[in-house]
Design a protein around this ligand. Structure first.
Ligand code: RAM
Length: 329
């Protein structure tokens, strides 16, 4: 090999070595309400898929151990110190996170909320899983469909400050009198997306309301806890548990009859979409009303006047299809 060739090769190797760190790997933090929640693990799987598809993206999957805004604020501050490129957060509170997220944006970090929103001044855009009114209607209809005579129902929610659950519950309450006049909502309680607290709250509902016909839990954590309580207390056939459930965690309760049907959107697609949107912002796309963003294989979204958009409609799972979906998420 002549000297010239060797020199060329050495230069090429050096150039590659120099080019590697300069290849601007994007670091996108997926901040969830709390770790240990199967719903968010599924979203993280989707986030990784999008990162692989787009290339040169590192996903930092993080969240507090319990679903609190304080825990998330600490995490956001540490992500600012790490100078990540984007923060995509499912918030435990619409307002409490705003100052920390504003600070992130002032440092050039792109911020979106997804699943559970942040107030508009604390983020550039928000990705709703589905239309809020549609989810509100769906959770009541899931109970009403199995109560032809009507009756008492109660809601077991996540935390009392969770943006997404509160919006769905408000939407549900608004349509109750007109669309579901014989459904009587007797109480709304909060299990904080914690299994133990959700279990205790479900037990409390059953003890307090002896005529309870359904527990509606619009949280994947609460719905499992409620169905387990109904199973353990021999109330299958008396109290129907429904709401938003991850098929892989909930199949056993459709099988044993503690629940007739539940619903959810695809959580893998939700995490996947959050990474796509973050990436487009990092690349310089402006989030503004009317703007259209690609969410890869999931399709595209158009931002409304609050820079929010829904991803897709929820699916309903019952005896006919939960087995199939339980293998996916
Ligand atoms: C829980 C979380 C999440 C919600 C799902 C349905 O896992 O509260 O935010 O979207 O339930």
């Amino acid at each position: 090999m002549n000297v010239f060739k060797t020199l060329l090769m050495t230069t090429a190797v050096a150039a590659t070595m120099l080019a590697a760190p300069a290849m601007a790997q994007e670091r996108i933090a997926l901040v969830v309400k709390s770790l240990g929640n199967g719903f968010f693990d599924a979203a993280a799987k989707g986030a990784e898929e999008a990162a692989k598809e787009i290339g040169d993206i590192e996903v930092i999957y993080t969240g507090p151990t319990s679903a609190t805004a304080e825990g998330q604020i600490e995490i956001v501050n540490s992500l600012i110190a790490q100078n990540v490129d984007a923060i995509a957060i499912s918030a435990n509170d619409p307002d409490a996170l705003v100052p920390a997220l504003k600070k992130a944006m002032s440092r050039g970090i792109k911020v979106i909320s997804w699943d559970s929103g942040v107030a508009p001044e604390g983020r550039m855009m928000h990705l709703n899983p589905s239309d809020t009114d549609l989810i509100g209607e769906t959770i009541i209809k899931l109970a009403a469909d199995y109560l032809p005579e009507g009756g008492d129902v109660a809601i077991l929610s996540a935390s009392s400050t969770a943006t997404n659950q509160n919006a769905w519950i408000d939407a549900a309450k608004e349509m109750l009198p007109e669309k579901f006049p014989n459904i009587n909502l007797v109480a709304t309680v909060y299990g904080d997306d914690d299994s133990v607290k959700s279990t205790n709250e479900a037990k409390g509902l059953i003890a307090t309301y002896p005529d309870l016909k359904a527990i509606i839990a619009p949280t994947t954590v609460g719905v499992v806890a409620a169905a387990q309580v109904v199973t353990d207390e021999d109330l299958i056939g008396k109290v129907n548990v429904t709401g938003l459930a991850l098929p892989s965690e909930f199949k056993q309760f459709i099988d044993n009859g503690a629940s007739q049907a539940v619903a959810l959107w695809n959580p893998i697609d939700l995490g996947y979409s959050a990474v796509y949107l973050s990436h487009e912002l990092i690349e310089g796309k402006e989030a503004e009303p009317g703007a259209t963003f690609s969410i890869g294989k999931v399709g595209e979204i158009t931002l409304d006047d609050t820079n929010s958009a829904p991803m897709a409609a929820p699916f309903t799972f019952d005896k006919s299809n939960i087995e199939e979906f339980s293998k996916i998420y």
